[in-house]
Design a protein around this ligand. Sequence first.
Ligand code: FE2
Length: 411
Amino acid sequence: MLYQNARIENAKETQDIRVENGCFSEIAASLVPREGEEVCDLGGRLVLPPFIEPHIHLDATLTAGDPVWNMSGTLFEGIECWAKRKDKLNAEDVKDRVRRAVRLYASNGVQYLRTHVDVTDPELVALRAILEVREELRNIADIQVVAFPQEGILSFPNGKGLMEEAVRLGVDVIGAIPHFEFTREYSVESLNFACELAAKNGLLMDVHCDETDDDQSRGLETLATRALELGLKDKVTASHTCAMHSYSNAYVLKLMRLLKMSEINFVANPLVNTHLEGRADTYPKRRGVTRVKELTEAGINVAFGNDDLFDPWYPMGCGSMRDTVYLGLHVTQMMGYEDILNSYRFVTTNAAKVLHLGEAYGIKAGNPASFVVMDAKDYYEALSYNAPVTLSVRKGEVIACTEPARKQVLK
Ligand code: FE2
């Protein structure tokens, strides 16, 4: 198969892409079609590596309004709504919603997801269901599963035992939620436990870290220190880190040295962080999004996620990575031309580092032929005009396509 006139990652000149046996075999300025070779002219459209959702909670997805809507929109009312929905949770319910959500993502060019799954459930119903359904969905997406202790590791009965059981069942990533633990001592102990569990089992880590406006929430310094000392380094991700928005600049100045040394990754979730944080403020209201611009400038890897898709904590979403990038750039004031042009990296290459996808991710000869085509000449235009993903190709096969709408002004 020969894809002609592809504008790969905003390149000024177009290139042709040859796909053979599910892999990129040649990428060059002008490739001559072979006899009988199928040809697809992309007409100078933007070609990117597949989109990645680095932070989502698939166990709760597509449950907004069932059985009740979160009327205030707060995190705490979300927890109350979820408690009511949890009664109906069973394996088929979880699998059905995950299938629908992942197909929605696939229609928008997302081929990789990292899902946090609540393991503060003695039966681990959702975890078992998601580990099963991810096998079924492998032809459209790779799904990494995080053991996420929603109600704490030290602050929930048998929290440590449930985390260990999740490892036995086959999770890829160890989570924690230090800011939610009852005490600061529990917070530190939960991180020590989680880091050691990850190190012992050779797993990645992704912590719900300081998802609060409390400027005294200091899980991040403990996480980064353990990542450094245990040699886990870039296998570790700090998600949210909203408290960093509220830290004093003097403290951040000191913290940055440790963050750089630790090599940990960050995931910000601009849509959900702006929606749920700042709720205890009157005016001025804090935005609650971590210091993406400063982290990026310091050479620290940051990705953007959605966090929630139509669930008790976030009532919107369509399985696209576009809106989180769009809002993320506004709220972090990263609106320079180059910032906008290259912002696809938050949900492609930067997110690939979070998921540790390695060299096999990306558009280059020898790699699996996985890519997306957007109806735009570059990502600046794609983001600005909300361009659809016209093709999503996975290991050489087209798994999703969209016919772009054509708008006309008639007068
Ligand atoms: Fe989350």
